[in-house]
Ligand binder design. Structure first.
Ligand SMILES: [Zn+2]
Ligand SMILES: [Zn+2]
Length: 241
């Protein structure tokens, strides 16, 4: 794998470019993150979300380091704009990636780290490096991640990770009825229990967020904020009931 060794300034500027240039997805893993509405990082994240890039942020949360109310409130506008926020106990790794770029570094995404510390980074756009980092996140980070969500009263709450693992064995036997992947819109067999194509399912399965809103109705393919839990638009749901 080819990684380029970079210093503090380069690390900061390449994290910002990674977010600004992302077309599909961004994952920012860092124990401590602050995203001020006015700072460069907060702005880059908001702009990515408005370009329909899927942005996930993973921070540390455990007994020694609980998420503070004021911090959660500061994250609220980003969550309302589509940010997926996860927490992981004991997180110390710092890892940033988009669909095209990875950066492994000592740098936390904090205003203070941006100022007076000496940091180091390993940066790559090599396909092999991207795959290895994806596999690492899936193996070492994702299994410990809990989704932080807005509860019914509009408060932010971190739900414990579900224990039952969704088992996905062999692809279902080809059915006659065609369905539509709710994320990319590709044709797939109709099965409301499996509304993603294989590639999109692998992406989804990294976080297993049943309420993550994607783009298409699994049955008719119309634009609709379909989710794993509710993959059909209202009309198709009524017809299937
Ligand atoms: Zn798909
Ligand atoms: Zn439909």
């Amino acid at each position: 794998m080819n990684f380029q060794l970079i210093n503090t300034e380069e690390t900061i500027s390449r994290i910002l470019s990674l977010i600004r240039e992302a077309r599909e997805r961004v994952t920012l893993i860092s124990p401590y993150i602050t995203l001020g509405a006015g700072d460069r990082l907060g702005r880059a994240v908001r702009e990515a979300l408005s370009r329909k890039v899927r942005v996930s942020i993973v921070v540390r949360q455990d007994e020694q380091t609980p998420l503070k109310d004021a911090w959660l409130e500061a994250m609220r506008p980003h969550i309302e704009a589509g940010l997926q926020l996860h927490s992981v106990p004991g997180l110390h790794a710092k890892l940033y990636r988009s669909e095209s770029t990875v950066l492994i570094t000592s740098l936390n995404l904090l205003g203070s780290s941006f100022l007076n510390t000496i940091e180091v980074g390993l940066w790559s756009q090599e396909a092999h490096a991207l795959r290895e980092v994806d596999a690492f996140i899936k193996r070492e980070v994702a299994p410990h991640a809990s989704l932080v969500v807005l509860d019914a009263k509009g408060r932010l709450a971190s739900t414990p990770k579900k224990h039952e693992q969704r088992v996905r064995s062999k692809p279902a036997p080809r059915e006659e009825k065609e369905g539509c992947c709710i994320r990319c819109g590709d044709d797939i067999p109709f099965d409301p229990e499996r509304p993603y194509c294989w590639d999109c399912y692998t992406e989804w399965a990294e976080w297993e967020n049943e309420d993550y809103e994607d783009d298409f109705c699994h049955a008719c393919g119309d634009d609709y904020p379909a989710t794993m839990a509710r993959p059909l638009c209202r009309d198709c749901f009524r017809q299937s009931a």
